[in-house]
Design a protein around this ligand. Structure first.
Ligand code: NAD
Length: 495
């Protein structure tokens, strides 16, 4: 499919009233196609469509909603190959990673469709006989979903699938640089029989269309994945209308390697966790804390394994690392490296731009490993989101834990050790929403992907992620046949 000049609103394929926007292939800098640029007015129209569509969708049995979702999952699997290639084209991750992402995009629909018979409430005894109190879960109503560029297919599913099974209607805005997967998936939603307005895909810039969606007064939830500054803006906008938000923001995951760790496992995990998707993953290994006793050996192996990675055309199965998503992102990471070196960091592996780019015109950056870093350096404190990792020598577990916790972020943390006491100490004292012990991500569908501190309030996945898409309704039911006499004395008083 190369026809991306329409977006999907209220079951119609419409153009953007603000014109079109080119989408660039990060591997070669070429324009792939143009997509609609919506106006704030069109964003508002999409919300109105969602509002109209939601009651009928919410009134269906969850099983019927689930049937549509199973059809979506089947279609995503059927289209896995073109969709994976599209992810590579617009975002630059390798084709093998893109296949994994698209598998995940299908699995979100299967997983959440299976909640059809599992969305449950509670019944409490009443204070009076012949009465019941129950709390049921009902749809929130209209959801706005805002997603970043690093997983342009999977993140569509991560927001749309729970919204659908909960009985909501959603307006989703993909990132302006990677809207193609979402538009492709909209065709599959239509083919699966998603009723008009239940899912709407609106494309355009964050500052106009994203802002119009999240500032709208007639919405019931904003679920956003992206950066901290945007998350703050969205939270402030939603607060004006008292709309709840669920924010999945950045991370600065520490990866701790203790002296008793399985070094083969730790090295392989650290490499994958740092360099997958060219380092552009919120739960990536962003700073390594390695015990002095194994530091030299770990670094020797880590540098060798990193040097062996193949930076190249992401469409090839043999490639390990593709380009950065955009020239702006590439320059941002180059600045981070330079600032760190100016502050005294020592390159253990000097990346930089390759002398001969694997493909001309792409945003190529080789992996960089920085030693001699200190905890006050920006490279140890701020999210890098690229193929660069600082590594620090630590001499005790307490020191590692203290450095790990001293962060504005609190999304994920990694620990490599076989010491049970240390594992339990980390479980108790590491202040992160996700702790991985002797393994790395990706996170699982049944987990709860949530961050502490500036990594954002809220979360996705599993029963707790789904809960954000539902609200609670308490019902007081009197079936005694008597007029209810409550606790208040005047209720029993004779006239
Ligand atoms: P970003 O914040 O620049 O953009 C995210 C989305 O917000 C885009 O769709 C953008 O158009 C929109 N947006 C921008 N301004 C807006 C506004 N004023 N109102 C409403 N919407 C607006 O983030 P990015 O650069 O696309 O993504 C990278 C960031 O995402 C990183 O910080 C990364 O850690 C984070 N991320 C987090 C997770 C997670 O689950 N915690 C997952 C992936 C990425």
């Amino acid at each position: 499919m190369k026809d991306f000049n329409r977006m999907w609103v209220d079951g119609q394929w419409i153009g953007g009233d603000a014109g079109t926007r080119p989408v660039t292939n990060p591997s070669n800098g070429q324009t792939i196609t143009e997509v609609p640029e919506a106006t704030p007015h069109q964003a508002a129209k999409a919300i109105e469509a969602a509002r109209r569509a939601q009651p009928a969708w919410g009134a269906l049995s969850p099983l019927d909603r689930g049937k549509v979702m199973h059809r979506i999952a089947a279609l995503v699997r059927e289209h896995a190959d073109p969709l994976a290639r599209l992810v590579v084209e617009e975002q630059g991750k390798t084709i093998s990673e893109a296949r994994g992402e698209v598998g995940g995009a299908a699995e979100f629909f299967t997983y959440f469709a299976e909640f059809a018979r599992r969305i449950q409430g509670e019944i409490f005894p009443s204070d009076a006989p012949g009465e019941q109190i129950w709390i049921q879960r009902v749809p929130v109503g209209v959801v706005v979903g805002i997603i970043p560029w690093n997983y342009p297919a999977a993140l569509v599913s991560r927001k749309v699938a729970p919204s659908m099974i909960a009985g909501n209607a959603i307006v989703l805005k993909p990132h302006e640089e990677t809207p193609l997967s979402a538009l492709y998936m909209a065709r599959l939603f239509e083919a699966a029989g998603v009723p008009p307005g239940v899912v709407n895909i609106v494309t355009g810039s964050g500052s106009t269309v994203g802002a119009a969606l999240t500032e709208h007064s007639d919405i019931d939830l904003v679920t956003m994945t992206g950066s901290i500054p945007t998350g703050k803006r969205i939270m402030a906008a939603a607060a004006r209308n008292l709309v709840p938000v669920s924010l999945e923001l950045g991370g600065k995951a520490p990866l701790i390697v203790m002296e008793d760790a399985d070094l083969d496992l730790a090295v392989a995990s650290a490499v994958t966790s740092r360099f997958m998707n060219c380092g552009q993953v919120c739960i990536c290994n962003e700073r390594m804390l390695v015990h002095d006793a194994v530091y030299d050996e770990f670094i020797r192996r880590f540098v060798a394994a990193t040097q062996a990675l193949n930076v190249g055309d992401p469409m090839l199965d043999s490639t390990d690392i593709g380009p950065k998503v955009s020239a702006a992102e590439l320059q941002k990471v180059e600045r981070i490296i330079q600032v760190a070196i100016d502050a005294g960091a020592k390159p253990l592996l000097r990346g930089g731009r390759p002398e001969t780019p694997p493909v001309k015109g792409g945003n190529w950056l080789m992996p960089t490993i920085l030693g001699d870093v200190t905890t006050d350096m920006a490279v140890m404190r701020d999210e890098i989101f690229g193929p660069v990792v600082p590594v620090m020598r630590i001499t005790s577990f307490d020191e590692a834990l203290r450095i790990a916790n001293d962060s504005q972020y609190g999304l994920s943390a990694y620990l490599f050790t076989n010491d049970f006491a240390r594992i339990m100490q980390a479980v108790q004292d590491a202040r992160f929403g996700e702790i991985y012990i002797n393994r790395i991500g990706p996170e699982s569908l049944q987990g709860y992907h949530t961050g502490y501190r500036n990594s954002g309030p809220g979360g996705d996945d599993g029963i707790h992620g789904l809960d954000a898409y539902l609200r609670k309704k308490t019902v007081y039911a009197n079936y005694s046949g008597r007029s209810p006499v409550g606790l208040m004395p005047w209720n029993g008083r004779k006239a």
